[in-house]
Design a protein around this ligand. Sequence first.
Ligand code: SF4
Length: 368
Amino acid sequence: MAKNHPEMTLKAIGTVRNEITNPKRDGWREVISEIEIDAGLSPALDGIEDFSHITVLFWMNRLEDRELALKIHPRGEVKLPVVGLFATRSPYRPNPIGKTTVRLLERLGNILTVQGLDAVSGSPVIDIKPYIPQDDSISSALVPGWITRFHDMRRKLEDVYRRLLAVYGPQHWWPAEGTFEMMVGAILTQSAAWKNVEKALDGLKKAKALSPEALRKLSLNELAEIIRPSGYFNAKALKLKALAEWLGDAYNDDLCRMLSGGTMALREELLGVHGIGPETADSILLYAAGKPVFVIDAYTRRIIDRLGLAPRDHDYTDYQALFMDNLPADSGTFNEYHALLVCLGKNVCRPKPLCADCCLNEICPSRA
Ligand code: SF4
Protein backbone atom coordinates (compact mmCIF):
# COMPACT_ATOMS: atom_id res chain seq x y z
CA MET A 1 0.00 0.00 0.00
CA ALA A 2 1.11 3.60 -0.57
CA LYS A 3 3.38 4.79 2.21
CA ASN A 4 1.86 8.25 2.53
CA HIS A 5 -1.36 6.98 4.04
CA PRO A 6 -1.47 6.68 7.78
CA GLU A 7 -1.43 3.38 9.58
CA MET A 8 -4.15 3.00 12.17
CA THR A 9 -4.66 0.90 15.24
CA LEU A 10 -8.06 -0.58 15.91
CA LYS A 11 -9.28 -2.02 19.18
CA ALA A 12 -11.99 -4.66 19.09
CA ILE A 13 -15.17 -3.76 20.95
CA GLY A 14 -16.35 -7.36 21.19
CA THR A 15 -16.14 -10.91 19.88
CA VAL A 16 -18.40 -13.15 17.79
CA ARG A 17 -19.43 -16.53 19.23
CA ASN A 18 -21.16 -19.17 17.13
CA GLU A 19 -20.77 -22.78 15.95
CA ILE A 20 -18.82 -21.90 12.80
CA THR A 21 -15.11 -22.46 13.21
CA ASN A 22 -13.88 -22.28 9.60
CA PRO A 23 -14.53 -19.60 6.97
CA LYS A 24 -17.07 -20.59 4.30
CA ARG A 25 -18.62 -18.79 1.37
CA ASP A 26 -22.34 -19.47 1.73
CA GLY A 27 -24.93 -20.87 4.09
CA TRP A 28 -24.88 -18.09 6.69
CA ARG A 29 -28.51 -17.03 6.49
CA GLU A 30 -29.70 -19.22 9.38
CA VAL A 31 -26.56 -18.98 11.53
CA ILE A 32 -27.25 -17.58 14.98
CA SER A 33 -24.37 -15.73 16.67
CA GLU A 34 -23.80 -13.99 19.93
CA ILE A 35 -21.74 -10.84 19.92
CA GLU A 36 -20.20 -10.23 23.31
CA ILE A 37 -19.49 -6.52 23.58
CA ASP A 38 -16.88 -5.29 26.03
CA ALA A 39 -18.77 -4.94 29.33
CA GLY A 40 -17.46 -1.42 29.79
CA LEU A 41 -19.19 -0.40 26.55
CA SER A 42 -22.56 -1.90 27.52
CA PRO A 43 -24.25 1.52 28.09
CA ALA A 44 -23.40 2.37 24.47
CA LEU A 45 -25.84 -0.37 23.39
CA ASP A 46 -28.87 1.27 25.05
CA GLY A 47 -31.60 1.76 22.46
CA ILE A 48 -30.14 -0.74 19.97
CA GLU A 49 -32.86 -3.25 20.91
CA ASP A 50 -35.43 -0.98 19.23
CA PHE A 51 -33.89 -1.76 15.83
CA SER A 52 -34.76 -4.95 13.95
CA HIS A 53 -31.43 -4.96 12.10
CA ILE A 54 -27.92 -3.80 12.81
CA THR A 55 -24.77 -3.54 10.74
CA VAL A 56 -21.76 -5.32 12.19
CA LEU A 57 -18.19 -4.48 11.22
CA PHE A 58 -15.73 -7.22 12.07
CA TRP A 59 -12.17 -8.28 11.36
CA MET A 60 -11.86 -11.44 9.24
CA ASN A 61 -8.89 -12.81 11.14
CA ARG A 62 -9.25 -16.44 10.09
CA LEU A 63 -8.75 -16.05 6.33
CA GLU A 64 -6.00 -18.07 4.68
CA ASP A 65 -2.88 -16.17 3.61
CA ARG A 66 -3.16 -15.07 -0.02
CA GLU A 67 -1.26 -12.65 -2.16
CA LEU A 68 -3.37 -9.55 -2.71
CA ALA A 69 -4.97 -9.61 -6.20
CA LEU A 70 -6.24 -6.25 -7.47
CA LYS A 71 -8.27 -7.76 -10.35
CA ILE A 72 -10.44 -10.82 -9.73
CA HIS A 73 -13.47 -12.80 -10.86
CA PRO A 74 -16.23 -11.99 -8.33
CA ARG A 75 -16.88 -14.95 -6.02
CA GLY A 76 -14.02 -16.75 -7.81
CA GLU A 77 -16.44 -17.60 -10.64
CA VAL A 78 -14.56 -17.64 -13.93
CA LYS A 79 -17.81 -17.04 -15.79
CA LEU A 80 -18.15 -13.63 -14.16
CA PRO A 81 -16.09 -10.81 -15.66
CA VAL A 82 -12.74 -9.80 -14.15
CA VAL A 83 -13.19 -6.57 -12.21
CA GLY A 84 -11.22 -4.55 -9.70
CA LEU A 85 -11.09 -5.88 -6.16
CA PHE A 86 -13.02 -2.88 -4.85
CA ALA A 87 -15.87 -3.65 -7.28
CA THR A 88 -16.41 -6.92 -5.39
CA ARG A 89 -17.05 -8.06 -1.85
CA SER A 90 -14.12 -10.47 -1.82
CA PRO A 91 -12.87 -10.96 1.75
CA TYR A 92 -9.25 -10.87 0.48
CA ARG A 93 -8.68 -7.12 0.71
CA PRO A 94 -5.94 -4.82 1.99
CA ASN A 95 -7.84 -4.58 5.27
CA PRO A 96 -9.94 -7.72 5.90
CA ILE A 97 -12.94 -5.88 7.30
CA GLY A 98 -16.31 -7.61 7.08
CA LYS A 99 -19.52 -5.58 7.06
CA THR A 100 -22.86 -7.34 7.27
CA THR A 101 -26.37 -6.22 8.09
CA VAL A 102 -28.02 -8.81 10.29
CA ARG A 103 -31.26 -9.40 12.13
CA LEU A 104 -31.03 -8.43 15.80
CA LEU A 105 -32.87 -11.10 17.76
CA GLU A 106 -32.13 -10.02 21.32
CA ARG A 107 -30.00 -7.79 23.50
CA LEU A 108 -29.24 -8.97 26.99
CA GLY A 109 -26.85 -6.61 28.77
CA ASN A 110 -23.70 -6.61 26.69
CA ILE A 111 -24.69 -9.65 24.60
CA LEU A 112 -26.35 -9.21 21.21
CA THR A 113 -27.91 -12.27 19.56
CA VAL A 114 -28.06 -11.90 15.80
CA GLN A 115 -29.02 -14.00 12.77
CA GLY A 116 -27.13 -14.14 9.47
CA LEU A 117 -23.72 -12.83 10.53
CA ASP A 118 -21.08 -14.32 8.19
CA ALA A 119 -18.27 -14.24 10.75
CA VAL A 120 -16.58 -17.30 12.22
CA SER A 121 -16.50 -17.77 15.97
CA GLY A 122 -13.81 -15.68 17.59
CA SER A 123 -13.91 -12.85 15.02
CA PRO A 124 -13.13 -9.49 16.64
CA VAL A 125 -15.95 -6.96 16.25
CA ILE A 126 -14.88 -3.42 15.34
CA ASP A 127 -18.15 -1.53 15.44
CA ILE A 128 -21.94 -1.83 15.57
CA LYS A 129 -24.31 0.54 13.80
CA PRO A 130 -28.12 0.51 13.56
CA TYR A 131 -29.59 -0.23 10.13
CA ILE A 132 -31.82 2.69 9.15
CA PRO A 133 -33.76 1.96 5.92
CA GLN A 134 -34.49 5.65 5.34
CA ASP A 135 -30.73 6.31 5.17
CA ASP A 136 -29.24 2.97 4.15
CA SER A 137 -31.65 1.75 1.46
CA ILE A 138 -31.23 3.51 -1.90
CA SER A 139 -34.04 2.60 -4.27
CA SER A 140 -32.35 4.20 -7.32
CA ALA A 141 -29.04 2.33 -6.88
CA LEU A 142 -27.59 0.78 -10.05
CA VAL A 143 -25.42 -2.33 -10.30
CA PRO A 144 -23.51 -3.93 -13.21
CA GLY A 145 -25.34 -6.39 -15.45
CA TRP A 146 -23.39 -9.41 -14.15
CA ILE A 147 -24.84 -8.89 -10.68
CA THR A 148 -28.38 -8.66 -12.04
CA ARG A 149 -27.89 -11.82 -14.14
CA PHE A 150 -26.36 -13.69 -11.21
CA HIS A 151 -29.20 -12.87 -8.84
CA ASP A 152 -31.86 -13.45 -11.52
CA MET A 153 -30.68 -17.01 -12.18
CA ARG A 154 -30.36 -17.70 -8.47
CA ARG A 155 -33.91 -16.45 -7.89
CA LYS A 156 -35.25 -18.69 -10.68
CA LEU A 157 -33.44 -21.79 -9.40
CA GLU A 158 -34.61 -21.13 -5.85
CA ASP A 159 -38.17 -20.64 -7.10
CA VAL A 160 -38.11 -24.03 -8.89
CA TYR A 161 -36.74 -25.67 -5.73
CA ARG A 162 -39.39 -24.12 -3.49
CA ARG A 163 -42.22 -25.21 -5.78
CA LEU A 164 -40.93 -28.79 -6.02
CA LEU A 165 -40.35 -29.08 -2.28
CA ALA A 166 -43.81 -27.69 -1.51
CA VAL A 167 -45.47 -30.36 -3.66
CA TYR A 168 -43.28 -33.43 -3.17
CA GLY A 169 -41.68 -32.78 0.26
CA PRO A 170 -38.30 -34.15 1.40
CA GLN A 171 -37.23 -37.19 -0.64
CA HIS A 172 -34.84 -38.73 1.95
CA TRP A 173 -32.18 -39.71 -0.54
CA TRP A 174 -30.03 -41.78 -0.98
CA PRO A 175 -31.99 -44.92 -0.04
CA ALA A 176 -29.12 -47.10 1.28
CA GLU A 177 -28.12 -48.64 4.61
CA GLY A 178 -24.46 -47.69 4.38
CA THR A 179 -21.74 -46.02 2.36
CA PHE A 180 -20.72 -49.09 0.39
CA GLU A 181 -24.30 -50.00 -0.43
CA MET A 182 -24.78 -46.43 -1.66
CA MET A 183 -21.72 -46.69 -3.92
CA VAL A 184 -22.82 -50.05 -5.29
CA GLY A 185 -26.33 -48.69 -5.89
CA ALA A 186 -24.85 -45.71 -7.79
CA ILE A 187 -23.26 -48.13 -10.26
CA LEU A 188 -26.22 -50.50 -10.47
CA THR A 189 -28.65 -47.67 -11.19
CA GLN A 190 -26.87 -46.74 -14.42
CA SER A 191 -29.50 -47.28 -17.15
CA ALA A 192 -31.75 -49.14 -14.70
CA ALA A 193 -35.03 -48.53 -12.90
CA TRP A 194 -34.57 -48.31 -9.13
CA LYS A 195 -36.92 -51.24 -8.42
CA ASN A 196 -34.55 -53.48 -10.41
CA VAL A 197 -31.55 -52.06 -8.55
CA GLU A 198 -33.27 -53.00 -5.29
CA LYS A 199 -33.64 -56.58 -6.49
CA ALA A 200 -29.92 -56.73 -7.32
CA LEU A 201 -29.01 -55.20 -3.93
CA ASP A 202 -31.25 -57.73 -2.17
CA GLY A 203 -29.41 -60.49 -4.02
CA LEU A 204 -26.06 -59.12 -2.86
CA LYS A 205 -27.33 -58.93 0.72
CA LYS A 206 -28.61 -62.51 0.64
CA ALA A 207 -25.23 -63.63 -0.73
CA LYS A 208 -23.53 -61.60 2.05
CA ALA A 209 -21.57 -59.88 -0.70
CA LEU A 210 -22.21 -56.24 0.16
CA SER A 211 -18.67 -55.39 1.22
CA PRO A 212 -15.56 -54.68 -0.85
CA GLU A 213 -13.83 -57.80 0.46
CA ALA A 214 -16.79 -60.08 -0.31
CA LEU A 215 -17.13 -58.63 -3.81
CA ARG A 216 -13.46 -59.29 -4.50
CA LYS A 217 -13.89 -62.94 -3.50
CA LEU A 218 -16.79 -63.56 -5.91
CA SER A 219 -15.97 -64.67 -9.42
CA LEU A 220 -17.09 -62.35 -12.20
CA ASN A 221 -19.74 -64.83 -13.30
CA GLU A 222 -21.09 -65.28 -9.78
CA LEU A 223 -21.35 -61.55 -9.30
CA ALA A 224 -22.98 -60.99 -12.70
CA GLU A 225 -25.60 -63.63 -11.89
CA ILE A 226 -26.48 -62.00 -8.55
CA ILE A 227 -26.93 -58.53 -10.06
CA ARG A 228 -28.71 -59.77 -13.20
CA PRO A 229 -32.01 -57.92 -12.33
CA SER A 230 -30.27 -54.53 -12.72
CA GLY A 231 -29.54 -55.14 -16.43
CA TYR A 232 -26.19 -54.85 -18.23
CA PHE A 233 -25.07 -57.28 -15.52
CA ASN A 234 -21.81 -58.40 -17.12
CA ALA A 235 -20.60 -54.83 -17.59
CA LYS A 236 -21.79 -53.84 -14.11
CA ALA A 237 -20.06 -56.84 -12.54
CA LEU A 238 -16.79 -55.60 -14.03
CA LYS A 239 -17.44 -52.12 -12.66
CA LEU A 240 -18.23 -53.40 -9.16
CA LYS A 241 -15.09 -55.51 -9.21
CA ALA A 242 -13.06 -52.43 -10.20
CA LEU A 243 -14.65 -50.42 -7.37
CA ALA A 244 -13.87 -53.12 -4.78
CA GLU A 245 -10.28 -53.50 -6.05
CA TRP A 246 -9.71 -49.74 -5.88
CA LEU A 247 -11.10 -49.46 -2.34
CA GLY A 248 -8.81 -52.27 -1.23
CA ASP A 249 -5.70 -51.00 -2.99
CA ALA A 250 -6.08 -47.29 -2.26
CA TYR A 251 -7.80 -47.30 1.15
CA ASN A 252 -7.49 -50.79 2.60
CA ASP A 253 -11.33 -50.77 2.55
CA ASP A 254 -11.39 -47.84 4.99
CA LEU A 255 -14.42 -45.98 3.60
CA CYS A 256 -14.27 -43.22 6.22
CA ARG A 257 -10.74 -42.37 5.13
CA MET A 258 -11.80 -42.41 1.49
CA LEU A 259 -14.75 -40.07 2.12
CA SER A 260 -12.74 -37.62 4.20
CA GLY A 261 -10.53 -36.63 1.24
CA GLY A 262 -10.75 -33.27 -0.51
CA THR A 263 -13.68 -32.99 -2.92
CA MET A 264 -11.80 -32.45 -6.17
CA ALA A 265 -9.04 -34.95 -5.36
CA LEU A 266 -11.60 -37.64 -4.51
CA ARG A 267 -13.57 -36.83 -7.66
CA GLU A 268 -10.47 -37.32 -9.78
CA GLU A 269 -9.79 -40.64 -8.05
CA LEU A 270 -13.35 -41.86 -8.57
CA LEU A 271 -13.29 -40.88 -12.23
CA GLY A 272 -10.18 -43.03 -12.61
CA VAL A 273 -12.08 -46.16 -11.52
CA HIS A 274 -13.49 -48.25 -14.39
CA GLY A 275 -17.22 -47.63 -14.81
CA ILE A 276 -17.43 -44.44 -12.75
CA GLY A 277 -18.34 -41.40 -14.84
CA PRO A 278 -19.19 -37.85 -13.71
CA GLU A 279 -22.78 -38.62 -12.63
CA THR A 280 -21.80 -41.66 -10.56
CA ALA A 281 -18.75 -39.90 -9.07
CA ASP A 282 -20.83 -36.87 -8.11
CA SER A 283 -23.58 -39.07 -6.65
CA ILE A 284 -20.97 -40.71 -4.40
CA LEU A 285 -19.48 -37.33 -3.46
CA LEU A 286 -22.88 -35.87 -2.60
CA TYR A 287 -24.80 -38.77 -1.12
CA ALA A 288 -21.99 -40.77 0.51
CA ALA A 289 -19.42 -38.09 1.36
CA GLY A 290 -21.83 -35.18 1.93
CA LYS A 291 -19.78 -32.91 -0.34
CA PRO A 292 -21.62 -29.93 -1.87
CA VAL A 293 -21.57 -31.19 -5.47
CA PHE A 294 -24.59 -31.06 -7.76
CA VAL A 295 -25.47 -34.27 -9.62
CA ILE A 296 -26.61 -33.93 -13.22
CA ASP A 297 -28.66 -36.68 -14.82
CA ALA A 298 -30.98 -37.02 -17.80
CA TYR A 299 -34.03 -35.88 -15.78
CA THR A 300 -32.25 -32.71 -14.67
CA ARG A 301 -31.13 -31.86 -18.21
CA ARG A 302 -34.62 -32.37 -19.61
CA ILE A 303 -36.33 -30.23 -16.99
CA ILE A 304 -33.73 -27.46 -17.14
CA ASP A 305 -33.95 -27.39 -20.94
CA ARG A 306 -37.74 -27.19 -20.87
CA LEU A 307 -37.65 -24.44 -18.26
CA GLY A 308 -35.50 -22.40 -20.63
CA LEU A 309 -32.55 -22.32 -18.22
CA ALA A 310 -30.14 -24.49 -20.23
CA PRO A 311 -26.52 -23.34 -20.34
CA ARG A 312 -25.08 -22.25 -23.69
CA ASP A 313 -22.98 -25.40 -23.95
CA HIS A 314 -24.74 -28.65 -23.13
CA ASP A 315 -21.89 -30.40 -21.36
CA TYR A 316 -22.25 -32.09 -18.00
CA THR A 317 -20.01 -29.46 -16.40
CA ASP A 318 -22.08 -26.59 -17.80
CA TYR A 319 -25.31 -27.95 -16.31
CA GLN A 320 -23.50 -28.57 -13.04
CA ALA A 321 -22.07 -25.04 -13.03
CA LEU A 322 -25.57 -23.65 -13.53
CA PHE A 323 -26.50 -24.91 -10.06
CA MET A 324 -23.14 -24.66 -8.33
CA ASP A 325 -22.34 -21.13 -9.54
CA ASN A 326 -25.73 -19.73 -8.65
CA LEU A 327 -26.78 -21.49 -5.45
CA PRO A 328 -25.12 -21.54 -2.04
CA ALA A 329 -22.78 -24.52 -1.73
CA ASP A 330 -24.94 -26.57 0.59
CA SER A 331 -24.92 -30.37 0.35
CA GLY A 332 -28.35 -30.68 2.02
CA THR A 333 -29.97 -28.44 -0.58
CA PHE A 334 -28.13 -30.09 -3.48
CA ASN A 335 -29.20 -33.51 -2.19
CA GLU A 336 -32.85 -32.52 -1.96
CA TYR A 337 -32.91 -30.50 -5.17
CA HIS A 338 -31.54 -33.35 -7.29
CA ALA A 339 -33.89 -35.89 -5.70
CA LEU A 340 -36.87 -33.58 -6.37
CA LEU A 341 -35.87 -33.12 -10.02
CA VAL A 342 -35.71 -36.90 -10.42
CA CYS A 343 -39.17 -37.18 -8.85
CA LEU A 344 -40.60 -34.62 -11.29
CA GLY A 345 -38.76 -36.13 -14.26
CA LYS A 346 -40.03 -39.63 -13.51
CA ASN A 347 -43.61 -38.75 -12.75
CA VAL A 348 -44.54 -35.58 -14.60
CA CYS A 349 -41.90 -34.06 -16.85
CA ARG A 350 -41.60 -37.31 -18.80
CA PRO A 351 -40.53 -37.53 -22.43
CA LYS A 352 -44.23 -36.81 -23.09
CA PRO A 353 -44.80 -34.27 -20.30
CA LEU A 354 -47.93 -34.08 -18.14
CA CYS A 355 -47.88 -30.30 -17.97
CA ALA A 356 -51.40 -29.92 -16.61
CA ASP A 357 -50.27 -31.76 -13.45
CA CYS A 358 -46.94 -29.96 -13.13
CA CYS A 359 -46.15 -27.65 -10.21
CA LEU A 360 -43.80 -25.69 -12.49
CA ASN A 361 -46.29 -25.00 -15.28
CA GLU A 362 -46.78 -21.35 -14.19
CA ILE A 363 -43.12 -20.61 -14.83
CA CYS A 364 -42.35 -23.05 -17.67
CA PRO A 365 -42.12 -21.67 -21.24
CA SER A 366 -42.45 -25.23 -22.64
CA ARG A 367 -45.74 -26.12 -20.94
CA ALA A 368 -48.09 -27.88 -23.34
S1 SF4 B 1 -44.67 -27.59 -17.41
FE1 SF4 B 1 -44.43 -29.44 -18.66
S2 SF4 B 1 -42.51 -29.17 -19.77
FE2 SF4 B 1 -42.54 -27.69 -18.09
S3 SF4 B 1 -41.46 -28.68 -16.40
FE3 SF4 B 1 -43.63 -29.12 -16.14
S4 SF4 B 1 -44.02 -31.07 -17.17
FE4 SF4 B 1 -42.01 -30.30 -17.86
